[in-house]
Design a protein around this ligand. Structure first.
Ligand SMILES: Nc1nc2c(ncn2[C@@H]2O[C@H](COP(=O)(O)OP(=O)(O)O)[C@@H](O)[C@H]2O)c(=O)[nH]1
Ligand SMILES: [Mg+2]
Length: 207
């Protein structure tokens, strides 16, 4: 009689399983212009292997996506990034990175459903890329914080100057960030959570 040894059934890796103590899951969106570091941030902070959909940029999209300032970037995200970070034994964040280019805004409808807030990543060499993204978020009533991603050859402006140039209200937190660094990316997320907390505890007239 034939005896076959079957393949062992492989379960989820231990880091993929959520601790039983987790009671709150929060959806957060990472958004910003092309090449600003969204995939990098989700990748640096995620405790599960991040899902990312990247497509090698074609000549056709090279005409559409302005790559001045990010010439070394050869891939562009066509759908989204997904990752997870457990912030305490009770709280887990699900991260969705989504492209900022206008031609992908049709994706935003489903993606922002149920999202509590957003981190807008900014490259100071391309400030104008973030204007449309921020007004989209305002239109959708999605609270956001601004994270200035530190690129070595990007001009470093004082935060107050950037705030004025981008017309960002004093109440909206702005922080420096290095998307490649886990701690720094985590700080950006924590700053969003603190901001969301103040929005729920501060009456609108005193914000
Ligand atoms: N120096 C520096 N480079 C970064 C940083 N974040 C991302 N990059 C690089 O910038 C490029 C674009 O980042 P990516 O995450 O793909 O951008 P996305 O289009 O917003 O997803 C990649 O080559 C990254 O390695 C950062 O904080 N500092
Ligand atoms: Mg990307």
């Amino acid at each position: 009689m034939d005896c076959r040894i079957s393949e062992p059934v492989v379960g989820p890796r231990s880091e993929d399983t959520l601790p039983a103590s987790v009671t709150t899951a929060v959806k957060v969106v990472i958004v910003g212009g092309f090449g600003v570091g969204k995939t990098t941030l989700v990748g640096s902070v995620s405790e599960i292997r991040p899902l990312t959909t990247e497509e090698t940029m074609t000549q056709a999209s090279a005409d559409v996506d302005d790559i001045a300032g990010v010439e070394r970037k050869t891939e562009t995200t066509v759908a989204m990034d997904f990752g997870r970070i457990t912030l305490s034994d009770k709280l887990v964040l699900y991260l969705f990175g989504t492209p900022g280019q206008q031609r992908f805004w049709f994706l935003w409808n489903g993606l922002f459903e149920g999202a509590l807030g957003a981190v807008v990543l900014i490259d100071t060499r391309r400030l104008e890329d973030s204007f449309d993204v921020m007004s989209q978020l305002e239109e959708r009533g999605v609270p956001f914080v601004i994270a200035i991603n530190a690129f070595p050859d990007a001009p470093a402006y004082p935060m107050a100057e950037l705030r004025a140039a981008m017309d960002i209200p004093d109440t909206v937190p702005m922080i420096d960030c290095d998307a490649r660094n886990r701690g720094s990316s985590r700080d950006a997320l924590l700053s969003l959570l603190r901001y969301l907390h103040t929005l729920t505890t501060t009456p609108p007239e005193s914000r």
